[in-house]
Design a protein around this ligand. Structure first.
Ligand code: ADP
Length: 348
């Protein structure tokens, strides 16, 4: 008999950080090998078979959840923040094959399968049409962090040896990437075409986990500049869609050589991200926040702390064979939920 024991984690929810968990359906390979579902969801709680822990999150989406449900419940309510001058970040976290790309829609998806990116872009342009207090201009950039180097996915030189980019902080605590290509866009189609173009140049590689798995972290940023009609200074807000590389341990992916080094770099970034998240949750005790421990955390500094609303979508597989990775993702996401961002100061 399945042994589900529900000990609820009591977690203080932060308004500016939300963590949703999505469990994907069993895939064909798992069904053919008669793998059972070892993860159950009930309300905002995820329970794991043979574990004495159950995990509670801002929102939980079970195996039959739809893209529309995830968008309308977790993403759409946050988008309005962009029009109030706040930054918004959505991070997809989880092992390779757990549904990050599908949920975000990073490599396409239409109709029922349309992901958070497409739906958000459509919402943003519809919302811009009805904006009465400012004229909004939109631009996009697309950055990849691969083997600890930033690559500009929209640069015309991306096929050659483009100069590695670096990041720095401006005087107001915002992270900027000097030289990063920013392209003005005026409608959803144009925005999506740049996303598709940049995605083609992402580093992918075959591992035992998935035929084409993301081996890099990628951040697609949509910048909204609001030029107020009353003449007050323009305000800028950033919408960052972060597709994190697979979180699985190198051992499970059966990798060697270059793939192994990629795995080490990926895990290093995610470990540093976990440490930053943990430090932020203990900020009251005056703990140092180790943003500088990795390029990933440096890049995400203004997305995780400060004037930003953040949604982490932790994706997990329901299969018994992935249980260990699933529990590890749930623990990681639980740690994230404890972040308490600084109070946001409204631009106006
Ligand atoms: P990841 O980006 O985490 O490596 P993918 O998004 O590529 O994983 O998902 C792996 C496979 O599972 C894909 O074929 C994808 O279409 C499918 N999949 C993932 N999540 C879902 C879901 N919620 N519903 C239906 N299919 C899904």
């Amino acid at each position: 008999m399945k042994n589900y024991i529900n000990l609820f984690c009591i977690i203080k929810m932060s308004e500016s950080l939300q963590v949703a968990v999505r469990v994907r359906p069993l895939n064909e390979k798992e069904r053919l090998s008669s793998q059972s579902e070892a993860v159950t969801t009930f309300g905002k709680v995820v329970s794991v078979r043979d574990s004495d822990q159950a995990f509670s999150f801002t929102d939980v989406y079970g195996v039959s959840s739809t893209q529309e449900e995830v968008f309308s419940k977790s993403v759409k309510p946050l988008l309005e923040n962009l029009f109030k001058g706040y930054n918004l970040t959505i991070l997809a976290y989880g092992q390779t094959g757990s549904g990050k790309t599908y949920t975000m829609g990073t490599s396409g998806g239409e109709g029922r399968d349309a992901g958070m990116i497409l739906k958000s872009i459509q919402y943003i342009f519809d919302r811009i049409e009805v904006s009465t207090d400012c004229e909004i201009s939109v631009s996009v950039s697309f950055l990849e962090l691969y083997m600890e180097e930033f690559r500009d996915l929209l640069a015309s030189t991306h096929l050659g040896s483009n100069n590695p980019l670096d990041i720095r902080e401006d005087g107001t605590g915002n992270i900027i990437v000097p030289g990063l290509t920013e392209i003005a866009v005026s409608n959803p189609e144009e925005t999506l075409s740049w996303l598709a173009q940049g995605s083609q140049f992402r580093k992918t590689g075959a591992t035992a986990m998935n035929v084409v798995s993301s081996r890099s972290h990628a951040v697609f940023t949509i910048k909204l500049e609001c030029n107020h009609l009353d003449g007050s200074p323009a305000t800028v807000s950033k919408f960052s869609l972060v597709d994190l590389a697979g979180s699985e341990r190198a051992k499970k992916t059966g990798t060697t050589g270059e793939r192994m080094q990629e795995g080490i770099d990926i895990n290093k970034g995610l470990l540093a991200l976990g440490n930053v998240i943990s430090a932020l949750s203990e900020q009251k005790r005056g703990r140092h926040i180790p943003y500088r421990d990795s390029k990933l955390t440096r890049l995400l500094q203004d997305s995780l702390g400060g004037n930003s609303h953040t949604l982490m979508i932790a994706c997990v597989s329901p299969a018994a064979g992935n249980l260990q990775e699933t529990v590890s993702t749930l623990r990681y996401a639980t740690r994230a939920l404890k972040i308490k961002n600084k109070p946001v100061v409204n631009a106006d």
